[in-house]
Design a protein around this ligand. Structure first.
Ligand code: IPM
Ligand code: MN
Length: 349
């Protein structure tokens, strides 16, 4: 029996999560384990109603679950940044979810904007540091609002934070057991302090993994290679900001936000799984949004719980639905409604 905290969130988040839970419950029944879910209605509506983003004690309550399943955060009537910082980033930081794991995998039947590339070419994972870097919130203003204004935002890179992220990448690469290559994505030619640390730790830790090839690419170059030669990559490890940017590129080459999922991992604590896309408020309640990203996030959640057979079942069901049914991953153009896509995935479990 696993206890899962569910935060459906805003806009189409609840519709996506509904289908993810449908699949989770179906696969649990087949595999013989149970899921108890507790729903938390945090998000834009909650904030507008109560004036607070998360109530006191919420983080500690969430800490006690086996995993967190998140829909999407973002409300048209709430100023951008409030919910993202108050929910998503706060949970990542306070729950010390120091890895953001983002698989970039093109499924058969899914269209990619990359000419001449297919599923055998696009299959890698980005390990993004998730608690430090430019996201740490270090900085401030001087003389704000005056012509002499100075704004400073500092990238924080700790030895501990960098090392645990890089170690995770090598461990994950070994477990993945594919091309056996970890690529460090940085900017050593300009960010000569931060990425000097990253590079030193990369080679130090990497030396403990003689079975794994080490590779390096600057972040700007990796954007080119991800488009031109995605087949080069197996595991990419990078800092928080670069990871944010290159995983949107990753999402589009795997077919878009309709399929891209991620996990915010604390391997020693509670982890949180989410579709990477936003809340797509204009489609709310229409049953047209694509739930596959949320279903893939549910698959990652199962993998993380150690239910590898169930995770593999979800993954293969999603692959079949993509290969045999879905016309387009875009909302309203799938050829099926949101709930029908969930039913299709269940039918292939
Ligand atoms: C993501 C998102 C978030 C981030 C935003 C919403 C704060 O873009 O999960 O990639 O920048 O990390
Ligand atoms: Mn992002």
């Amino acid at each position: 029996m696993y206890r899962i905290a569910v935060i459906p969130g805003d806009g189409t988040g609840p519709e996506q999560v509904r289908e993810g839970l449908k699949v989770l419950k179906a696969v649990a029944q087949k595999q013989g384990f149970e899921l108890e879910t507790v729903t938390f209605d945090y998000g834009g509506e909650y904030y507008l109603r109560t004036g607070e983003v998360l109530p006191a004690g919420a983080v500690d309550e969430l800490r006690r679950f086996d995993a967190i399943y998140l829909g999407a955060i973002g409300h048209p009537e709430v100023r951008p940044g409030i919910l993202e910082q108050g929910i998503l980033l706060r949970l990542r930081f306070e729950l010390d979810q120091y890895i953001n794991l983002r698989p970039v995998r093109l499924y058969p039947g899914v269209e990619t904007p990359l000419a001449g590339k297919g599923p055998e070419d696009v299959d890698f994972v980005v390990v993004r540091e998730n608690t430090e870097g430019l996201y740490a919130g270090s900085g401030g203003f001087l003389k704000r609002g005056t012509p002499d204004e100075v704004a400073i935002q500092t990238s924080i890179n700790t030895r501990k934070g960098v090392e645990r992220c890089i170690r995770f990448a090598f461990e994950y690469c070994r477990r993945r057991n594919q091309r056996k290559k970890v690529t460090l994505c940085g900017k050593t030619n300009v960010l000569t302090y931060a990425f000097d640390l990253w590079e030193r730790v990369f080679h130090e830790v990497g030396a403990e993994y003689p079975d794994i090839e080490r590779d390096y690419a600057h972040v700007d170059a990796i954007c080119m290679w991800m488009v031109k030669n995605p087949e080069w990559f197996d595991v990419i490890v990078t800092d928080n900001m670069f990871g944010d940017i290159i995983t949107d590129l990753g999402a589009i080459i795997q077919g878009g936000m309709g399929i891209a999922a991620g996990g915010n991992l604390n391997p020693e604590g509670v982890s949180m799984f989410e579709p990477i896309g936003g809340s797509a408020p204009k489609y709310t309640g229409q049953n047209v949004i694509n739930p596959l990203a949320a279903i893939c996030a549910a698959g990652m959640l199962l993998e993380h719980l150690g239910e590898t057979a169930a995770a593999a079942q979800v993954e293969s069901a999603v692959q079949k639905v993509c290969a045999k049914h879905i016309k387009s991953l875009a909302a309203g153009r799938m050829g099926y409604s949101t709930s029908e896509v969930g039913d299709l995935v269940v039918s292939y479990l």
